[in-house]
Design a protein around this ligand. Sequence first.
Ligand SMILES: [Zn+2]
Length: 635
Amino acid sequence: MKSPRPEAVQPTGATPAKPYGEVIRLLLRCGLLTRQQVEYALRVSSKLKSSKPLLGIIKELGYVNDEQIHAAIRRNRTPFRIGDLLVELGLLTEEDLRIALKLQKAGPEKLKLGEVLVNNNFIDERKFIDTLSLQLGFVHVEPEFTELDEKLIRKGPVTSYYSHVFLPIRKQDDAILVAFADPLDGVCQRAAQNLFRQDIAVGIASRKSILATIERLFPDFHPGERVLRKSESVVEIVNSLLVEAIEAGNVSDIHIEPLSDRIRVRFRTDGVLVPFREYPIHLAPSLTSRIKVLCKADIAEKRRHQDGRILFVHGNREMDLRVSFFVTVFGEKIVLRLLNRQNELLGIEDIGMQPRILKKFREEGLDRPSGVILVTGPTGSGKTTTVYSCINYLNNIETSIITAEDPVEYVIEGIAQCSIDPKINLTFEETLRSVVRQDPDVIVIGEIRDSFSAEIAVQAAMTGHKVLTTFHTEDSIGGLLRLLNMDIDAFLISSTVVCIIAQRLLRRVCPKCVMPYELAPRDYRRIGLPPGALAEGIFKKGRGCPHCRYTGYKGRVAVFEVLVLNEDVRNGLIQRLTSHQIRKISIDSTGMLTLFEDGLYKAAQGITTVDEVIRSLPKFQKPRTLEQIQRLVGV
Ligand SMILES: [Zn+2]
């Protein structure tokens, strides 16, 4: 169905809106499609649960292919309306077009529909340009990737190129091919015409590509506020890498690696490596030396792995960086880890646990007078943040809290924290032995890493202490079974472990480029639910923007699986049931939401994406439907 257009007046007595659009009509006219084929496609379309453009169905049925469609559009030069064309090609939903037209009407400045679509992330600029070149017949040239006639370019003043956003590409027959960011703007075209006094063949290119090429060809041109960086010294490069990583706030590591032909710099941002910048390979030796000077490593040594530390002062902050040099075939790879990033201490209600699950965790876990509470997950899953928020919750004047950590990551007032330091023989074992003699109410053991620390945790809980600790396991049931495998008696485990939390961090959708996302049949297949089972969800995706360095993600959110042990689970443990059986009992009888389900729930709220859930979370069985999940989390 075509949406009514604001400027289109329906003539009275007009036939009702046609069930298909201009492109299909054109294909019918050209004889590339028959009426029977279109009718069959319409029948298929009516049977589909999700809405799919009719043209897409026709393509899938193999009646026509993209090439034929594009050729037909180009040959005919039918004046399509860009919005309708995008809808018909399946690049835009009718709903999005309706919203975009509204935005265009409401906007203070008269923007073109294309700009509205791109600015609001309805469509990717490149896709939009492709379509525009198809629709209007403009040649699509990206100056970044095209051989340019530089002599020709030097003829014009760069200010004109910059202000009208165009660039001559090359001579073509009797005309000059010029790439415009907006090929429909008469002012820009006239500017180009006046400049070359020759016929202009109008091409189209992305604004970004034109501006980047101007920057490259005219390095001394400084338009207005924009500062174009000229060659930097190695000192400046290193400083700017550190400053940018620190200021980003979500970077944990800087990777500087020599490849065969260049130096590649990547930042671990929100847990994922993201390309940051590249430098010419000839800078590698001086760059490496500079960092070695900063961290007091041996500059002369280039064939052995080395470590170092940098205390970097930026603004009024001191940043501690641990540096590692690793010798590879192309030279030394350098990784800098940012140590004391300013992580804030979160309240237990702010760590991202669903309200009903948090209530249960508090009442049946943290508030119990004694017992072991285990937080599990791989490195970098946010376990420490959770443990600290639990400590913070338990911290009051009537409670004695004592910790053995490796190392202490946040200092909390009012509790006795000890950093393990094997270098001075302050070992984990020795510290734990002393801890229990300090008359604590709550003992925090940084991590259970062997049967000795497991034994201490369980014994302390047996004698009436509350024990908080972490563990490296994939999920909550895995935590229980690992304890069993550490030769701790099943009965002891079942009578001391109160609660196990498994957790992960998923990347958040970038708020600056967020756009709606509709689940495709493929997504449902990957999730393991029938199409439509998550229909009420509001799914989102980031299209990618400078704010998120074109990843579509910014920041992270924790997902949890909270198992509060009940009689059924305890019995299952004593009977030494399999992990599969214990998992089933936990899900059926304790109201536990699995990691995957909590992730799915957060994706359905548009906080993270389905891709992120599938990429990062273990899936042991089919998740429940959104409706069932909502009932469990109490909304
Ligand atoms: Zn973004």
